[in-house]
Design a protein around this ligand. Structure first.
Ligand code: NDP
Length: 334
């Protein structure tokens, strides 16, 4: 059972445009209004997405909207204050990743949700990918033996319509580490059921990102139990496929194409019986996330990724940035 909810959207963003049709597939979810810093963009967004109203002022948006839930998809530096305002107005919040720009803000967000008795979720959509859920279950079953290594190749080409603040605005949380490593960190926690403890990141600048911002990075992350993960994030990888390789002492899993927004993937398992392809049903990743969120708001279950999960993933990415600057392995704080 999901809770029927009126939804407000903070930020007339590309991702909001993408998720609204997915949200509408979940019974009882009604996208109502958008709040944008730009009145004309807000009006255009509301018209294009079939919303009843548009606002430029967050206070009146939250007061007049009578929302049950708010989706925050502004640039990253705004997530914290907008989420706090929505929670204070009594709304549940689905916030985009990274949850915040620092640990203190992420803690304030989680504390505020707890005190308000509202659900705070982070939109780590890769948890909804069927291939990842299968990998998680197989890892948990012990069929791979001890999982000692994971490789994540999440190198993509940033499409021209997204080549804005991610490439030239450090203050908005630009750079590939806060954009993609944060997803990989959450996915690895989800797949392994273990906490990351240390990270060593090397960042690179290939000429797409400006100034000090990185457009490529590779990391080694050490998890509880000694599992090592290698991750690669890039904005400049043309014509590349994403790949996930999970290596155990008794077998391995290999996924192609799972690290995207498409919700499709191919997955193979190899062990003493040989190699077989596992059938992966296609999934609307955002619909699945919003359904779990609406159920959690109705008191049933938990969101796919909570605010605490978002804070953990953000902490990994921030430690990765610290490591890239220091040149050393860095501890990931709890
Ligand atoms: P956009 O650049 O599309 O939007 C970010 C903000 O910029 C918007 O909220 C909007 O704010 C403003 N904006 C939008 N279009 C324009 C424009 N043409 N000119 C000037 N300003 C504009 O970013 P994304 O949608 O790619 O990302 C938004 C958030 O969502 C980020 O936190 C990102 O990390 C996350 N994200 C998550 C994904 C996922 O799958 N979980 C996928 C993609 C992004 P305003 O209306 O207030 O001016």
């Amino acid at each position: 059972m999901v809770k029927p909810m009126r939804w407000g959207f903070v930020g007339a963003s590309n991702i909001a445009e993408r998720v609204i049709p997915s949200l509408r597939k979940v019974a009882g979810q009604e996208p109502v209004a958008v709040c944008s810093r730009n009145a004309e963009r807000a009006r255009q967004f509301a018209t294009a997405m079939g919303l009843q109203a548009s606002y430029t002022e967050l206070g009146s948006f939250l007061r007049e909207g009578r929302f049950d839930a708010v989706y925050v998809s502004s640039t990253n530096e705004l997530h914290c204050e907008q989420t706090l305002a929505a929670l204070a107005a009594g709304c549940h919040v689905m916030c985009e990743k990274p949850l915040a720009m620092n640990r203190a803000d992420a803690a304030r967000m989680n504390d505020a949700a707890r005190h308000a008795g509202r659900v705070l979720a982070t939109n780590h959509h890769l948890r909804a990918q069927a291939a990842h859920r299968m990998v998680r279950d197989i890892v948990a079953s012990g069929a791979l033996g001890h999982v000692h290594g994971v490789q994540v190749s999440h190198a993509v080409f940033l499409p021209p319509h997204l080549q804005g603040w991610r490439l030239d605005a450090p203050g908005a949380g630009g750079g590939v580490v806060l954009d993609i490593l944060v997803h990989n960190a959450d996915l690895l926690r989800f797949l392994l059921g273990r906490e990351p403890r240390r990270i060593h990141t090397v960042a690179q600048r290939n000429g797409l990102a400006q100034g000090a911002l990185e457009d490529g990075a590779m990391s080694v992350i050490e998890f509880d139990g000694g599992t090592l993960a290698q991750t690669h994030e890039s904005f400049v990888a043309q014509h590349a496929l994403t790949r996930l390789h999970v290596l155990g002492t008794q077998g391995s899993l290999y996924a192609v194409g799972s690290l995207t927004q498409a919700g499709t993937a191919q997955l193979w398992q190899r062990d003493a019986q040989g190699e077989r392809e596992l059938s992966v049903p296609p999934v609307d990743l955002y619909e699945t996330g919003f359904r779990a969120f609406a159920e959690a708001c109705a008191g049933q279950g938990a969101p796919l990724a909570s605010g605490v999960d978002g804070a953990r993933a953000m902490a990994v990415a921030l430690a990765g940035l610290t490591s890239a600057a220091s040149g050393r392995m860095e501890t990931i704080p709890d």
